[in-house]
Structure formats: C-alpha cells, structure tokens
Ligand binder design. Structure first.
Ligand code: FUB
Length: 430
C-alpha cells in the first residue's frame, strides 16, 4: 500500500505548479464543502489506491482559510462506524444544527441494498457516531444532499436515477413526510449527485447528468421542492473520470464550484481527485459554463508563519503522505529525499524571520531545507533532523533563517528519510 502511494506520488512533478487537484496525498472524490467559522471544510470520499472498481471505506476531511493551503484532518467517519453497512462509503453531505454536525452518507447495507445513514458529532472534525444504529432511509438510492431553507425546514434529497426528498424533523435524524419523488423538467437528463441550495430566493439543484461519462447540469425553481426549470450544463464532460460530482458554495464574497476528475497521475474513474474553481453568477442568477483547470483558484489573503502551522497544511506536495499523530491531529510522513511540501502566500513581512522551529519524530535522519518561490528557489535555511528515538517521539528542532521577507510561496524540501513532521513556526526578527 505504502509502496503504491509513494510510486503514485513520485510522478506528481508534472503537476508541480498546479493547485488542482487540491489534495495530492491520496485520491479523493465527491467533495462536499461546508463553510464554517471562517473556513471551508471539504468532506470527501476516499478512493483507495490501486482500486479497479469502487473501493471506498472511509471519508476524509480537509479545510482551508484561504482556498489554497488545505489542512488534512484525517478520517472523521468510516464505514465500520455503521454496524449495519458493508461497503461503498460514497458521496456525503454535512450540515450543522442544534449544536451538532449531521453527516449524511450513502452506504451499501449488509443485505446488499443501498441506504442512507446519518452520524453526528459536536465537533466538525469528528469523530462522528452513527446516530440511529440503523439506516435513516432505505430506498436503494444514493447521494444525499441536505438543505435548511430560510423558514427553518430541513430537506434531505437523494437520487439515482430519480430525485427524492424527505422533510427532516427538527432533530435532523427522523422525517415527517416523504419520500416524495420530484418531477424533473424536460431536458434535465438527470442521473445523480444532487446538490441543493438556496441563493437570493432561487432554489438551485446542481447534478450529474447523462451517465457515463457525466457532465454537470442544473435546474432552478422558486421552492425547495420545485417545479424546477432545466437551466443547462455547468461543466462539460472532461477529464479521466466517467463520473463527476459537484458542490457549490459562497465563501468570503467568492463563489466556488467543487467537482472531481482523474487528474492525478494514475487517476481514472476509481482513482478520483477533488478540485475547485472560482466563478461569478450572472446578474440573473444563472451559472456560467465552468471548465476544469489545473491552476485552481486564487488565494484569499496570506498565511501567517509566526503562529503554529501544521505540516499537513499543504498547497501542493510530492512524495509525502499523512498519518494520525500521537500528539493529536495529523502529521506528514513517508518522507524521502526530494519530497517536498509547498505552502502558498507565506507573509514574512518587512522585518522577516530569524529562525524556524520544526516538530519532528523518527529514527531516521536528514534535513528540511526551506526555499522560496520554487523547490530550488532562494534558500533561507535548513533544519537538521537526527533520530528522536521513535517514530512518534516528538522533538522540536530550531534553525537560523535569513532572507525571508515579503510574501512568498515557501517550499519545505526534505533530505534523508525515516522521520515525520508535525508542525512548524517561524520567529519574527525583532
Ligand atoms: O463516488 C461514488 C459515486 O460516484 C457517487 O455516489 C456518485 O455521485 C459518483 O460520483
């Protein structure tokens, strides 16, 4: 498994300046972003590496404050958390209410039918627990999407090949009416992956059409349950995945379109990767055509290097993976000579930095060289790493820094192997 991940990562150089896909350490699909507390939390499916058919056993979570540097939060929920499920940890959506987060998932039951479950947590990053000990909906359909309309009524939709909804009760884990089938407008070509939301009194249903290969379409209406009018294709069929699955959010005055493709090396319909593009609504609320790019989106603001930053906050990486850290959260591991992590838009300021502290663990040794602009750009310092006595025996190493001023893309370029990296923090020149 590790070998195949590293082999996969070894070829990521071709995407060195790309920010799409926005996760390079594993395959991710069916992104479901949630704006919460000044960050975007992107919940994703996880296509297991090497799969030749759907092989998906847990969900993963990444978050960002600036849309380009994404922090890995690991796995908040797994198939094994549902005692009644046996396979297919597929497209989820998460929504907060009642001081909790509700995590709706489609899974395949032990009896082979598809159903929708719900897990809850008081913490957005989890861990989540099965709320019911049984499915919420047994209807042999998938792809739940949930919306609370301005009146406070919550709707849970799901699909494939039809589109249904139930009206959720205030507790979000039971429903009072439905399932009700939504009448689809002519020309809709509906398949799956609904994403329903309200914006400026328009109810949008974005979805995947014309399986297989899918494009992304949408329809709109003036109520959560329709009638809806077909409005056209948002994202044409592109890329190496025969499915696509969209999500649309507004964040800090910008509108974003999430989707997946097979753009990482080795990518295909079962090795997918989540991506994001920025777009602007037309003045009448319609959505323009959006193309897949490798450039991704512009950074909002900068990243401050003088507070603790997690090593797993990454704009782009090559030859690294992540794991659960004994100190809490996640650390970066699988490091080998030549591995690197890019962090975008690091604001060193006019005075600049005088030193860097890195938190490392491992029985191996090597060095962490810090460069600006590219992996081989301006060298501002190197921290040496020696054995800390154990793979999770953490130690802070400090090194001198010079020439780090202004705002730059920063690269941690790793030498040696056998060590992991938990967090880092620069000290500002006085
Ligand atoms: O990821 C598994 C399935 O593929 C999803 O549930 C569908 O939307 C399609 O993306």
């Amino acid at each position: 498994m590790l070998t195949s991940i590293l082999a996969l990562a070894a070829s990521f150089g071709v995407l060195a300046q790309a920010d799409n896909p926005f996760v390079q350490t594993l395959f991710t699909a069916d992104p479901a972003p949630l704006v919460y507390n000044g960050r975007v939390y992107a919940f994703v499916d996880h296509d297991n590496t090497g799969a030749t058919y759907y092989d998906m056993t847990d969900w993963r979570l990444f978050s960002t404050a600036d849309m380009v540097n994404w922090q890995d939060h690991g796995s908040p929920l797994s198939l094994k958390d549902f005692s009644w499920a046996k396979a297919n940890a597929w497209a989820p959506q998460i929504i907060p209410r009642n001081g909790q987060f509700y995590f709706y998932v489609p899974v395949t039951n032990k009896d082979g039918s598809d159903s929708i479950g719900v897990a809850t947590s008081t913490n957005i990053t989890g861990p989540y627990k099965d709320a019911l000990g049984k499915p919420l909906i047994t209807h042999s359909e998938i792809d739940p999407t949930v919306m609370i309309d301005p009146s406070g009524q919550a709707y849970l939709y799901y699909a494939n090949p039809d589109l249904y909804y139930v009206k959720l009760n205030q507790d979000m884990v039971s429903y009072s009416s439905g399932p009700t089938k939504i009448t689809l407008p002519s020309g809709a070509g509906f398949q799956e992956a609904p994403w329903v939301y309200e914006r400026n009194s328009i109810y949008y249903v974005a979805y995947a059409g014309t399986c297989c290969s899918e494009n992304i379409r949408y329809m709109t209406g003036s109520s959560p349950t329709g009638p809806f009018t077909y409005k056209g294709v948002i994202m044409p069929t592109q890329g190496k995945s025969f499915t696509n699955h969209e999500a649309i959010i507004d964040f800090r005055g910008h509108s974003y379109f999430f989707y997946h493709n097979g753009a990482l090396p080795g990518g295909n319909g079962y090795q997918r990767s989540a991506c994001v593009e920025e777009f602007k609504y037309n003045s009448d609320g319609t959505i323009p055509t959006i193309q897949m790019t490798t450039a991704g989106v512009s950074q909002i603001g900068t990243l401050i290097p003088y507070t603790r930053q997690e090593a797993e906050t990454i704009a782009f990486s090559a030859n690294v993976k992540t794991e659960v850290c004994s100190e809490g959260g996640i650390d970066v591991t699988g490091i080998q000579s030549g591995s690197y992590i890019k962090v975008k838009g690091v604001a060193f300021g006019m005075a600049g930095a005088s030193s860097l502290a890195v938190r490392v663990a491992g029985t191996g040794s090597g060095s962490i060289a810090i460069h600006l602009g590219s992996q081989t750009g301006t060298h501002i310092g190197t921290c040496s790493v020696t054995s800390t006595g154990g793979s999770q025996s953490w130690k802070t190493v400090t090194c001198a820094i010079s020439g780090a001023t202004g705002t730059n893309d920063m690269y941690f370029v790793f030498g040696g192997s056998g060590y992991s990296f938990d967090y880092w923090q620069f000290t500002q020149k006085s």
